[in-house]
Design a binder for this molecule. Structure first.
Ligand code: SIN
Length: 268
């Protein structure tokens, strides 16, 4: 049976004794589901997976769908390549080697991604770590006056690549409630959240910066140091993540899958 070992940090747990290339039993799937609800991020080391294996594993947790971003033609469109590697002068994937600041995946859509899965094929010798923020803890630690001020506020999320966005501007609650745990969490980050609806621009900027600095505190953040064969799965609803940059001379190749639940529109 799988064993769940919490990281002891702000969130995250390692799950041992599970070979994700094999069919998983109902009990094993329920253990992973519960660990994800409890720890927000779970990871498995030393996996050897085909793309079919990764898609089958992701499908245990909802419907795996193609990423909205255009990518070169691939056999399995559900696999999104995150990489800085170029072949024949063209990038084989997205996101390069730069730093990515805190965000929750696909928050610029009306129905954002719920669960994301990232599988490491090649990792750089230095840099490229991914950090997750526990947005439940970040919200719970706000003082009561600020919690009252955030009540009912909504923020617009938009991708910097305009062609990834839907035509309309999408807004979500600044504080959202997880549909399964019932817990509230902050749902804004400086990478994709543009402004708070109804506030003057300077006030919106100041509040977003204040919330972002708060969420950035070490007690809410946990860092994953990648090894080849790691598969990390996270719940985007109560977390944000960011990535450290890495040298352009290093290779990093990750395969990502994404779950959407058609009925998961963030609610307060
Ligand atoms: C992402 O934001 O989905 C990519 C994270 C990473 O490259 O570590």
């Amino acid at each position: 049976m799988p064993t769940v070992i919490p990281t002891g940090g702000a969130l995250g747990a390692e799950i041992k004794n599970l070979d994700l290339s094999q069919l998983l039993s109902g009990d094993a799937i329920r253990t992973v589901q519960q660990a994800l609800l409890d720890h927000c991020v779970v990871f498995f080391r030393n996996q050897t997976l085909t793309e079919e294996n990764q898609i089958r594993f992701t499908n245990y947790f909802g419907q795996t769908v193609e990423h909205v971003r255009k990518q070169p033609d691939r056999q399995h469109k559900e696999i999104f390549i995150v990489s800085n590697i170029e072949e024949n002068g063209a990038p084989i994937g997205a996101l390069g080697n730069r730093e990515l600041t805190f965000h929750s995946d696909l928050s610029y859509l009306k129905r954002p991604g719920t669960i994301s899965v990232l599988y490491a094929i090649e990792v750089p010798r230095t840099g490229g770590e991914t950090q997750w923020c526990n947005c439940y803890k970040a919200y719970e630690a706000l003082d009561n006056d600020l919690k009252t001020r955030l009540k009912g506020l909504r923020a617009v999320h938009r991708h910097y690549n305009e062609d990834q966005n839907p035509p309309e501007h999408i807004d979500h609650p600044v504080v959202r409630t997880h549909p399964e745990t019932g817990r509230q969490s902050l749902y804004v980050g400086r990478h994709l959240t543009k402004y708070i609806v109804g506030l003057p621009p300077s006030e919106s900027e100041a509040l977003l910066n204040q919330l972002s600095e708060h969420a950035d505190r070490p007690e809410f953040v946990w860092t994953h140091h990648w090894q080849v064969g790691d598969l990390v799965m996270w719940d985007n609803r109560p977390t944000m993540h960011r990535r450290e940059p890495f040298p352009p001379t290093e290779r990093r190749l990750m395969k990502r899958t994404q779950v959407f639940n058609a009925d998961d529109i963030p609610f307060e």
